[in-house]
Design a protein around this ligand. Sequence first.
Ligand code: TYM
Length: 337
Amino acid sequence: MPEFTPRVFSGIQPSGGLTLGNYLGAMKRFVELQNAGTHETVYCIVDLHAITVWQDPAELAKATRELCAGYIASGIDPEQSVLFHQSKVAEHVQLAWIFNCVARMGWMQRMTQFKDKAGKNAENASLGLFAYPALMAADILVYHATHVPVGEDQKQHLELTRDIAVKFNHDFEVEFFPVTESVIEGAATRVMSLRDGSKKMSKSDQSDMSRINMTDSADAIAKKIRKARTDPEPLPSDLAGLDGRPEARNLVNIFAALADSAPEAVIKDYAGQQFSAFKPALADLAVSRLSPISAEMARLMEDPAEIDRILDRGAERARAIAAPILKRTYEIAGMVG
Ligand code: TYM
């Protein structure tokens, strides 16, 4: 394999608002990788993914700008990282078509997220929802990204991305696409619902009490944590004591991720304590970390024209990387130039 430039790519859908799961599992990690300075970092607002389920157009536009504000408020520097929205860089969809022809039906049919999202009504799901993971592979590989930070729920899609890269390289007898590494690290790779420790925290959950939104007020955050489901036992003295206690484990993981600490350290500090003591400490920590971000998001949203300028400039920089890679892909596949 040739040497690829160390490059991080990741994306978030502008559907609904950002949740604490998105922040801890993805956004916060994106900022850490940007600041580590070891990789080029490319971060995307994946609006074309969002429309695989119905989106009100005005809401989508607002959510796109709000997510851009969320990236910046969380610490993404649009000069240091490339920050843009997917629909502005046509190379993503152009490469996705090639990948639709590389990926096999059997691979796509195994994708659990499609099954979860389409539910019992799969016949009525959009073709886009089914093809979505091939577009995701294109998002990543059109930048020759080597590392992709995501939450646990995206792992299968990243394995598919690797399969697509390997099959393309094999079929065309090239070493053109890198076999991307997923980066699923930290205390909060799978933040669970505050109402049910067996379900992922998600923007699509019916109950707003199940999640913390990045735009929630301090009072709302405190209330949701106070009301989070737990069990009657005090916190254990070691991690093994969290086995079979998914709600307790979730709150400990959230605490650790917000505090830039580790679950072991949190357990040590709170061993033997009741949730009546732990929850207020967690609420204070969450408010102190999240409120400055939501305040900054609100400030940035007052100037949507500036957000659009940032996104346009980001798209130009993204295209400068993607266009030559797409051009070479089409040549490899035999498209007359
Ligand atoms: P999306 O928009 O659902 O979520 C964005 C990121 O947030 C992570 N995440 C979580 N992490 C921990 N706990 C949770 N409860 C939680 N909920 C969400 C997700 O794992 C993700 O990292 N298909 C992607 C978007 C995408 C993408 C890409 C990602 C499109 N193209 C290319 C990486 C590379 C998605 O729907 O993420």
